[in-house]
Design a protein around this ligand. Structure first.
Ligand SMILES: [Zn+2]
Length: 434
């Protein structure tokens, strides 16, 4: 490569510890020859001052400059330990800014993740602008995005509701202990044996036997959107906040998944689901929370959908359920409302009739569903989720990777991004060079 030593030899690249030696344009790309400033290095094994054994050039992609793709050519030093008894013979220098196996600098990888996640750019488009392939960008999205998405502090304090289904159910068990011992199960229990008017009367009769002071202590009241106000809750407990808790809401979404699955099963195979049928085999996995799926379970789910769901109707029902869960996982009421409205819009515009019904039922309970979030007051993510759900739903036809779907969804609307763009460096390898 015909680099010319430039006068700006010490020009800062913005990469700590590196200096720019020369720059040249090669086929419309900017190639920058760099080296580290490390002149004196001790052996990692014995601490003896290392001897230089020459250089090897490594090429990685960096952030584009002036619209041109940038290639960083790192003249990596090879070091040798002069001590013949030392186990460490030779090594090449390392930097947390450039992973030895990556095709991009770490700041380019962080920016690729931000553009896919926060800006919602297509992975292929980001790849093109950086001069790397789809897989390299997606790997960067995973490496930088997962820690953000899995950060336990991301969800905030919303009544103990987690994205994890175990915690989710546990939280609901706790709510039941609190409200239900107080209320829902005690009424719904005996009342559920009756139908119609008697169910309502059952609840009212039971409530009528409670003292005013006992009733005043009931707050809030968790109700089941499926049965509605059947228990005469509204009349007797006008002071209490009515809440549709996640357990009941998501159970309704799960019932919609079951309905779609049975219908599609019948449409495609002409009989009820049985052992060996692709959709029947994944009936329980469909109801499991996305993040609770092991890799094996996820592959089974994807294979079952690929084999038994030709029009993506079951997939759409599954995505609707996850979108509803996503709304409950929001850490502010405003964000929850945005996500909930996106869920309703998406379900209403779907070609799956069962999802229309679900959307209709759920939107009737919007106030009570959002009441679940009343406690939250922290700063929520500011990005809107609705267009992303639409976009990712479309993309989902191209790739059925549910994990990528979730990651992108959460990166776009479930995490707080630093502005200016994160330049956080993964400090994985020991720093041989300052
Ligand atoms: Zn040594």
């Amino acid at each position: 490569m015909g680099f010319e030593r430039s006068d700006s030899a010490v020009a800062l690249l913005g990469m700590e510890g590196f200096v720019l030696l020369a720059a040249a344009e090669v086929d419309g790309e900017l190639h920058q020859l760099v080296e580290t400033q490390a002149a004196v290095v001790g052996c990692a094994g014995c601490g003896t001052r290392a001897l230089s054994k020459g250089r090897r050039r490594t090429k990685v992609r960096d952030l584009p400059s002036g619209g041109r793709p940038v290639v960083v050519v790192w003249a990596k030093r090879i070091w040798r330990c002069p001590d013949a008894d030392c186990d460490v013979k030779t090594w090449s220098e390392a930097s947390p800014l450039i992973d030895p196996r990556a095709s991009m600098t770490e700041r380019a990888r962080a920016e690729a993740c931000r553009r896919v996640g926060q800006d919602n750019h297509a992975v292929a488009q980001v790849g093109r602008s950086l001069g790397v392939g789809w897989a390299a960008v997606m790997a960067a999205v995973r490496d930088y995005g997962r820690p953000l998405v899995e950060d336990p502090g991301r969800i905030g304090a919303v009544g103990g509701l987690g994205l994890d289904e175990t915690a989710f159910l546990r939280a609901n068990a706790r709510r039941h202990t609190v409200f239900v011992t107080g209320f829902v199960d005690i009424i719904a229990g005996p009342a559920a044996r009756h139908r119609g008017r008697s169910q309502r009367q059952g609840g009212e009769t039971w409530l009528a036997g409670r003292s005013e002071s006992w009733l005043a202590g009931v707050h809030p009241v968790a109700i089941d959107p499926h049965r509605g106000y059947a228990n005469g809750v509204a009349e007797r407990l006008a002071h209490a906040t009515l809440v549709v808790d996640p357990f009941h809401a998501i159970r309704l979404a799960n019932m919609a998944i079951d309905d779609v699955r049975r219908r599609v099963q019948n449409d495609t195979l002409g009989h009820r689901g049985r052992k060996g049928d692709p959709l029947y085999g994944i009936r329980r996995l469909l109801l499991r929370a996305n993040e609770r799926l092991s890799d094996h379970a996820r592959s089974r789910l994807e294979a079952g959908l690929a084999a038994g769901d030709p029009l993506d109707e079951v997939l759409d029902a599954w995505l609707a359920k996850e979108a509803l869960r996503h709304s409950y996982a929001a850490d502010t009421m405003v964000e929850a409302a945005r996500r909930f409205d996106a869920f309703v819009r998406e379900a209403k515009s779907s070609s799956v009739p069962e999802l229309h019904r679900l959307a209709k039922t759920m939107s009737r309970w919007r106030t009570e569903i959002l009441a679940h979030h009343r406690a939250g007051a922290s700063n929520g993510p500011t990005e809107a989720v609705n267009h992303l759900i639409k976009k990712v739903l479309r993309v989902a036809h191209g790739f059925r990777n549910l994990d990528n779907y979730r990651l992108r969804l959460l990166l776009h609307c479930g995490v707080k991004w630093q502005t200016p763009p994160a330049t956080r460096i993964r400090g994985r390898s020991p720093r041989l060079v300052a």
